[in-house]
Design a protein around this ligand. Structure first.
Ligand code: FAD
Length: 377
């Protein structure tokens, strides 16, 4: 997305990617886009397939005490969410960038940065053919995810990190089965949180809260379906339709923030700077918002020579990132069973869920953050 926004501003980029194109295009991760993310796709002209295939959602269900309650997000905010897989976004952006003559280099290994102290940092890497290669540039955007090389390239003394690990994980499955409901269902249940989401009208994605050290080998497909029926169904809901499980995995839950998001000519964006638990569906949307802010800062620099937006990047991006981190932590705290909590805490969760689903102010607070606040650029 950053490469697209910069190309449209006439700024040349080179994208170095560690994986193959096929791997990037089939890596299944996020599936819910905020309206602001769709607006960015629109801005770069990448929505042709998205508008044809995405499912548009105007609300979510919160389920507790055996009943589902709808939060009318579109009615409250005038904005919608879009169900469109991250791998589909990646596919669309890669195809468009290559068609426009953009330079994306796949299968780059041993990437490292030299000369961050200078005005012209250099990236060294081994290309797909095994040749050592260098790229010298004005700026480096560290968009290489949580395990990338950008954040570790910044001296530890410069960075402050904030880490919160949660005492549970999510077991996620991708199932070839139609949705339980046309919208997402977040279920608070005494035996643990469950989430129903979908990728399309024939593909469902479902999650169960499990122990933090859970072994996937302990979860047969039958056991997973039985637990999903138990946590997601009620008398007033249609039964969950089972289908072949195409993929299953355990996801750890973590909040991690890096401050600042810049060191000299290196700018961190997305998961390289922060990760959030997936409960609020924020990770991918936050990565897109970061690069929207960063692109505007580069545009201003190249158009006017002024560095004021580059200097403001970290603070601007972090304001939004902390908002998303807080919201994701809050959604997680509201809906999961914490073993170290007292029965009192469970009753407080239920009371808050009741407040959100019965008060306009409560519903609005959730709705405007869930659908995504405007991107400050
Ligand atoms: C299993 C899983 C499920 C998820 N589910 C959800 C969800 O449901 N909702 C949600 O909002 N978010 C979800 N997320 C989070 C979301 O996918 C991320 O927040 C998002 O991908 C961040 O985008 P990014 O571009 O910052 O990083 P990434 O998407 O991780 O992209 C970084 C890229 O850099 C490449 N790279 C890494 N190291 C190097 C290197 N040294 N040199 C060159 N290239 C490198 C990687 O191959 C990758 O292509 C999930 C994440 C995971 C792992």
């Amino acid at each position: 997305m950053l490469a697209h926004l910069l190309r449209l501003a006439g700024i040349e980029t080179i994208v170095l990617e560690a994986r193959t194109r096929d791997y990037c295009e089939t890596r299944i991760r996020a599936g819910l886009m905020e309206q602001g993310s769709v607006d960015l796709m629109e801005e770069v002209g990448a929505t042709e397939r998205l508008h044809r295939e995405a499912l548009v959602h105007g609300g979510i269900y919160l389920r507790f005490n055996g009943r589902s309650h709808r939060i009318d997000i579109h009615g409250t905010t005038g904005r919608s969410m879009y169900i469109y897989g991250q791998q589909e976004i990646v596919k669309d952006l890669i195809a468009l960038q290559l068609a426009a003559g953009g330079d994306i280099r796949f299968e780059c290994s041993d990437v490292s940065i030299d000369g961050l102290d200078s005005d012209r940092p250099t990236l060294r890497y081994v290309d797909a053919a095994g040749d050592e290669t260098r790229v010298t540039c004005d700026f480096v955007a560290g968009c290489d995810g949580f395990h990338g090389m950008s954040r570790p390239a910044i001296p530890e003394s410069v960075l402050q990190t904030y880490d919160r690990q949660y005492p549970f994980a999510w077991l996620g499955i991708l199932s070839e089965s139609p949705p339980l409901d046309p919208e997402l269902v977040y279920a608070h249940h005494p035996d643990g949180f469950a989430l129903f989401t979908m990728r399309s009208n024939t593909m469902s994605r479902l999650y169960l809260q499990v122990a933090v050290d859970e072994d996937i080998a302990n979860w047969s497909d039958d056991r997973i379906w039985s637990e999903l029926h138990h946590r997601l169904e009620g008398e007033e809901t249609p039964p969950l339709i089972e289908g072949p499980v195409l993929q299953k995995s355990i996801l750890p839950m973590r909040s991690f923030m890096t401050v600042p998001m810049r060191f000299r000519r290196l700018f961190l964006a997305g998961d390289s700077a922060h990760i959030v638990p997936p409960t609020g569906a924020k990770g991918m949307n936050l990565a897109l918002a970061d690069v929207a802010v960063l692109a505007r800062a580069f545009e201003t620099f190249y158009a006017t020579g002024s560095e004021h937006k580059l200097d403001a990047y970290s603070a601007t991006a972090l304001r939004r990132a902390w908002g998303a981190a807080r919201f994701s932590w809050w959604m997680t705290s509201l809906t999961h069973v914490f073993n170290d909590r007292l029965a009192f805490d469970n009753m407080a969760q239920l009371s808050e869920l009741h407040y959100i689903t019965s008060s306009r102010a409560g519903a609005e607070t959730l709705a405007e953050q869930y659908v995504g606040l405007p991107i400050e650029r």
